[in-house]
Design a protein around this ligand. Structure first.
Ligand code: DLL
Length: 428
C-alpha cells in the first residue's frame, strides 16, 4: 500500500546498496569539507573520504557523539552557511548546553516526505484528521510530524501536549482518525477519556503513532486494549533529523522499518565501538545520507536494539529499543533498564503503565522502590497481592529485591511528553 504512494520503499536490495554507497560518498565529502570538527577527527586517524569505496569502509571513519555536537555549540557543526538554514531545533539536554540542529529548505522537504511516508506506513491516509499532541517548539516531535501530515494530505490539528480535557474533546469532536503523542501520554489521555465517561471506541480514532521514548510490547497491548486502536511505533532523534527516521507498518507491527535510503544504520558494541553483525544486540549508529545543513557521520544514538531483515520492504527493521545505554541503572551492581520493570508491571492486569522507579541509598546499599498505579482503586488485600507478586517477578528477573508500592489511580505525576521513569536520589 505504502509503496504505491512512496515507490522508493520498493527498491531492490542491489539498488538500495548502490544508492547508499553513492550517498555515503557524497555525505562523507560534505562533512569533511564543511564541518571542521569532523574533518579534524578524520585527519587525526588518517582517513579521507576518498578512502570510502564500499559499505565496509564506513567502519574506518570516526564516530560522532552527542559531546561532539555540544562542543560545536551553537553552529559549529553546520555544513552550510547559517543564513541558508531555514530552521533550528534543539534537544533539551538535561544538563548544560542543548544540541542544536539546523535544516536547509531541502532538509525540511526531505523530512516532510519521510514523515509522510512514516505516517502512511503507520496507517494514516490522505484526507484523515490527524491529532498531533507531540510538543511544538524546539522539540522536533510537533513540527516534524506536522509537516509530514500536511505533506500526506491530511488535516492536521496542531494540539501540542498538555490540556488533557481538551485532548479528549478535540479527538472526539473533530473526529481524528489518527493520533500522535508519546505512549505514556496516550495512557494519561486514556484516563481522561474514562474520567469524562467517553468510550474511545465510539470515536473515529483508529490508529496512534507513538514514540520519543522507549515503550514495551506490554505497553502496546495496554494502549490497544484501552483505546481500541492500532498502536504503531514511530522512531527518530533530533541529531539525525527528528521523528520519521524509522516507522512500523500498521499491517505488521513488527518493528520500525528504517528508511535506509536516507539513513545508514549500524549496530556497534557500546563498550568497544566495534561493529556487530545484523541480529546481534548493541548500540544503534546512524549516518545521514541526504542531509544538507548538518550531516552526521556514524552518530552514536546510545539506543540499544538490533537490526532485523526487512519485512514490508528490503529496508531493515530495528527491534523495539530496550533502553538507552545512559538510561541503564546500576542497582547494587545489577544492570537494570526501566523497560524491564515496565514489562513485569504490565503482566499484572491490575496494574497500569503509570510507574516510576525511585532509587535511594541507606549506608552502602542501594534501595529500589517501584511505585506503580493500580488501574482501579484496589482494597488493601488486592494491592498487597499485586505488590508482592510484582516484587517476586522482579526478583526472579534480575535478582534484586525491590519495594513495590501500589498507588491509587492518578497518584503518579503525568508528563505531557517524554515520561520521567527514574528518580535517582542516591548521593553521587
Ligand atoms: O524524540 C524525536 C521523535 C519525536 C521521535 C516524536 C518519535 C516521535 P529526541 O528528543 O532527540 O527526538 O529524542 C530522541 O528518543 O534517541 C530514543 O532514545 C528516544 N526515542 C525516540 N523514538 C523512540 C521510539 C525525538 N519509538 C531519543 N522508541 C532517541 C524508543 C525512542 N525510544
Amino acid at each position: 500500500m505504502t509503496a504505491k504512494l512512496f515507490p522508493e520503499v520498493n527498491v531492490s536490495l542491489d539498488e538500495l546498496r548502490a544508492l547508499q554507497v553513492k550517498r555515503l560518498r557524497e555525505t562523507l565529502h560534505r562533512a569533511y569539507d564543511g564541518q571542521a570538527p569532523y574533518r579534524a577527527k578524520c585527519v587525526a586517524v588518517g582517513v579521507h573520504p576518498d578512502d570510502f569505496r564500499s559499505l565496509d569502509d564506513l567502519a574506518r571513519f570516526p564516530f560522532t557523539s552527542k559531546e561532539d555536537l555540544r562542543d560545536a555549540y551553537p553552529f559549529g557543526m553546520l555544513a552550510i552557511p547559517r543564513e541558508r538554514c531555514v530552521r533550528l531545533h534543539a534537544s533539551s539536554g538535561t544538563t548544560g548546553r542543548p544540541t542544536v540542529v539546523g535544516y536547509s529548505a531541502r532538509d525540511i522537504d526531505t523530512w516532510s516526505d519521510l514523515m509522510a511516508r512514516s505516517l502512511h506506513a503507520g496507517g494514516a491516509r490522505p484526507g484523515d484528521i490527524i491529532h498531533n499532541a507531540f510538543g511544538y517548539g524546539l522539540f522536533t516531535g510537533g513540527l516534524g510530524a506536522h509537516y509530514g501530515a500536511e505533506r500526506l494530505g491530511c488535516t492536521v490539528v496542531p494540539m501540542s501536549g498538555g490540556f488533557g480535557e481538551r485532548q479528549v474533546q478535540l479527538i472526539s469532536e473533530f473526529g481524528a482518525r489518527v493520533v500522535l503523542m508519546t505512549p505514556s501520554y496516550m495512557l494519561a489521555v486514556a484516563d481522561e477519556f474514562e474520567r469524562q465517561g467517553i468510550d474511545p471506541r465510539t470515536t473515529a480514532m483508529r490508529v496512534g503513532l507513538f514514540g520519543a521514548e522507549p515503550w514495551t510490547e506490554g505497553m502496546r497491548a495496554e494502549i490497544e486494549r484501552r483505546l481500541g486502536i492500532d498502536a504503531v511505533d514511530l522512531y527518530g532523534l533530533s541529531e539525525v533529523m527528528g521523528p520519521g527516521v524509522a516507522c512500523e507498518f500498521v499491517e505488521t507491527k513488527d518493528g520500525p522499518t528504517i528508511w535506509e535510503d536516507h539513513f545508514y544504520p549500524e549496530i556497534v558494541d557500546p563498550e568497544t565501538g566495534a561493529p556487530v553483525p545484523d541480529g546481534a544486540p548493541g548500540e544503534l549508529v546512524f549516518t545521514t545520507l541526504t542531509k544538507e545543513a548538518m550531516p552526521v557521520i556514524r552518530y552514536r544514538t546510545r539506543d540499544l536494539t538490533r537490526l532485523m531483515p526487512g519485512s514490508a520492504s528490503v529496508m531493515r527493521r530495528m527491534a523495539k529499543i530496550t533502553g538507552r545505554s545512559d538510561d541503564m541503572l546500576i542497582v547494587r551492581g545489577v544492570n537494570l533498564f526501566p523497560s524491564q520493570v515496565e514489562e513485569q508491571i504490565l503482566r499484572d492486569p491490575a496494574l497500569s503503565g503509570h510507574y516510576v522507579i525511585e532509587l535511594t541509598r541507606t549506608g552502602a546499599l542501594d534501595d529500589l522502590l517501584v511505585r506503580v498505579e493500580a488501574r482501579v482503586v484496589l482494597d488493601g488485600a488486592a494491592a498487597g497481592r499485586s505488590s508482592a507478586e510484582l516484587g517476586r517477578r522482579l526478583k526472579g528477573m534480575c535478582g534484586l529485591s525491590a519495594a513495590v508500592e501500589v498507588a491509587s489511580p492518578g497518584a503518579i505525576e503525568r508528563s505531557m511528553g517524554k515520561a520521567r521513569r527514574v528518580i535517582d536520589r542516591r548521593p553521587r
